[in-house]
Design a protein around this ligand. Structure first.
Ligand code: FMN
Length: 161
């Protein structure tokens, strides 16, 4: 089956997932690998990767998803907040809202992705509270992600998708 890998990545986390997919899937069937582009639309299956912006996929990915017609889609993404699978599910279903009904989602995967130091500096400037501490702890937990285990889980999700 022909496929394309389309991804949007500001700081490299989602790109790492996309590169893992590129190295995992059969190279001969790949029609396109790169940032959102209509070139990808001729593939039968499109692996679409996004970074999380305000609880949903980033705007470039949202625009791309709305341009799909009858392709199969595997959605993957990274988010700064990890630890709660329900949060990932919420982001994925928000991202799916951009897809026309004619598109089939054949699988999805999300993991945590590290955030820029400026984010921690902003948290540090906040008044001390359990919420501030939770955000600092989350920031520190995110620093090692995506890690090798995240990438293996992505590979497994794709092989089952
Ligand atoms: C403007 C902005 C908004 C963000 N909004 C969220 C958010 O709502 N939820 C979340 O979990 N992470 C959020 N993040 C964190 C990124 O989604 C996360 O670090 C992601 O892994 C970045 O992926 P990239 O390296 O591929 O760009 C936000 C980051 C930025 C810069």
């Amino acid at each position: 089956m022909t496929y394309a890998i389309v991804y949007s990545s500001k700081t490299g986390n989602t790109r790492l997932l996309a590169e893992t997919l590129r190295d995992t899937l059969p190279a001969d069937d790949c029609l396109y690998c790169g940032t959102p582009s209509d070139e990808a639309l001729r593939a039968a299956r499109i692996y679409v990767g996004f970074w999380t912006d305000k609880g949903t996929c980033d705007a470039d990915t949202a625009t791309f998803l709305s341009r799909l017609t009858t392709q199969e889609v595997f959605l993957f993404g990274t988010a700064g907040f990890g630890g709660a699978p329900e949060y990932f599910d919420k982001i994925l279903s928000a991202a799916r809202q951009n897809l026309p009904d004619s598109v089939t989602v054949c699988g999805s995967y999300m993991c945590q992705g590290k955030m820029p130091t400026a984010v921690r500096t902003r948290y540090e400037a906040m008044e001390d509270s359990p919420r501030r501490q939770m955000m600092l702890d989350n920031f520190d937990a995110a620093l090692s992600h995506p890690d090798a285990a995240d990438l293996t889980r992505l590979q497994n999700a794709v092989q089952n998708g």
